[in-house]
Design a protein around this ligand. Structure first.
Ligand SMILES: [Zn+2]
Ligand SMILES: [Zn+2]
Length: 331
């Protein structure tokens, strides 16, 4: 059954290309991590041999090595995962890149590219080349996201890497201001350059996240000011429509059944007869002034008064006065 399901599925050539991009992205990361590890190890060794004692920086670099190893493992696992055809077919399905085909000529399940759709079925082969490239890059990112979603240990490790990197970033900045000046200048400049290179790459890597945070931080005071302004300019005691509807609902909302409504059981707004269990709002202005809750809510958005007798529901005082009047009327 499982095999049959695999045989009948084909992936688009866009998806096939994006998986190759995923592999390249992962290899790029691995190379970057290896470079970080090598540089940190070399620096630590030089420091040790030349008795360059700056403990903060040395600890910082040891953590960089640990973090790089974790990242290296994550991307090695991803490279292994994108070799597994059934997993990729599932990811492809999530991203709408799988086409169901009748014929099943495939014998080996080794390479996902064997699952290419017929060019007739495959809309993605008709996309112009430049657009194809753009979509490929975008899809490659989505494939990585999907793989992280499927494998929760990977997802958690990546979050951990993110947190460690932010910690290292902040710590790196602090270290930059706390250079011990009794160090010899070679030792000092070596470490400072290493730290700043790391900071630069980390900032580039998480640039989209930082830009988002900056935009939110910039927008926050304006949003707060707008809310305060709105609160201040709203006349005292005046409530908004939703609030008024909510309060009326508390007392005057009924589920329609014949004995609850006197007179013609019909909504005066939409002119429909009430159905059993429909939500009906009986306005306090008069026994026969009742409407569908939906109809009167929509009406109140435009006019805060009763559609039949024009009794206003806008002012709080009026409302309360009104309720007292109704209570005094003998039933
Ligand atoms: Zn109605
Ligand atoms: Zn009325």
């Amino acid at each position: 059954m499982e095999q049959q399901l695999i045989e009948n599925r084909r992936i688009t050539s866009l998806f096939c290309q994006s998986i190759k991009s995923c592999k390249k992205i992962s290899i790029g990361h691995i190379v970057y991590c290896i470079c970080k590890i090598i540089i940190a190890v070399i620096l630590l060794t030089i420091n040790a041999t030349q008795s360059c004692v700056w403990e903060g920086a040395n600890t910082w670099m040891t953590i960089v090595i640990g973090e790089s190893i974790l990242e290296l493992v994550i991307f090695s696992v991803i490279i292994q995962l994108i070799k597994i055809t059934p997993t990729l077919l599932n990811v492809g399905e999530e991203l709408h890149q799988v086409i169901y085909a009748e014929n099943s000529q495939i014998e080996s399940y080794g390479d996902i590219s064997e699952f290419l759709a017929n060019s007739i079925d495959d809309q993605t082969t008709q996309i112009p080349e430049r657009e194809f490239e753009k979509k490929k890059v975008l899809l490659a990112q989505q494939v990585l996201q999907e793989i992280f979603k499927i494998h929760s240990p990977l997802k958690h490790s990546r979050h951990l890497v993110f947190i460690i990197n932010q910690g290292l970033l902040i710590w790196g900045f602090i270290l930059g201001f706390e250079i011990p000046y009794d160090l010899n200048s070679d030792c000092r400049s070596r470490l400072i350059i290493a730290i700043y290179i790391f900071l630069f790459y980390t900032i580039c890597y998480y640039l989209d996240v930082y830009i988002l945070i900056i935009i939110i931080l910039i927008a926050l005071p304006f949003v707060a000011m707008f809310l305060i302004y709105k609160k201040l300019t709203q006349p005292k005691g005046k409530k908004d429509t939703d609030q008024i509807i909510e309060e009326l609902k508390k007392q005057y909302l009924v589920k329609y059944s014949p004995n609850l409504i006197e007179g013609v059981p019909e909504c005066k707004i939409c002119m429909q007869t009430y159905q059993l269990e429909e939500e009906v709002l009986k306005l306090p202005c008069h026994e026969s002034h009742n409407y569908h809750l939906i109809c009167i809510s929509a009406w109140f958005k435009v006019n805060l008064n009763c559609p039949v007798c024009r009794k206003s529901y806008a002012e709080e005082e009026n409302n309360e006065q009104n309720l007292e009047d109704i209570n005094q009327v003998p039933q």
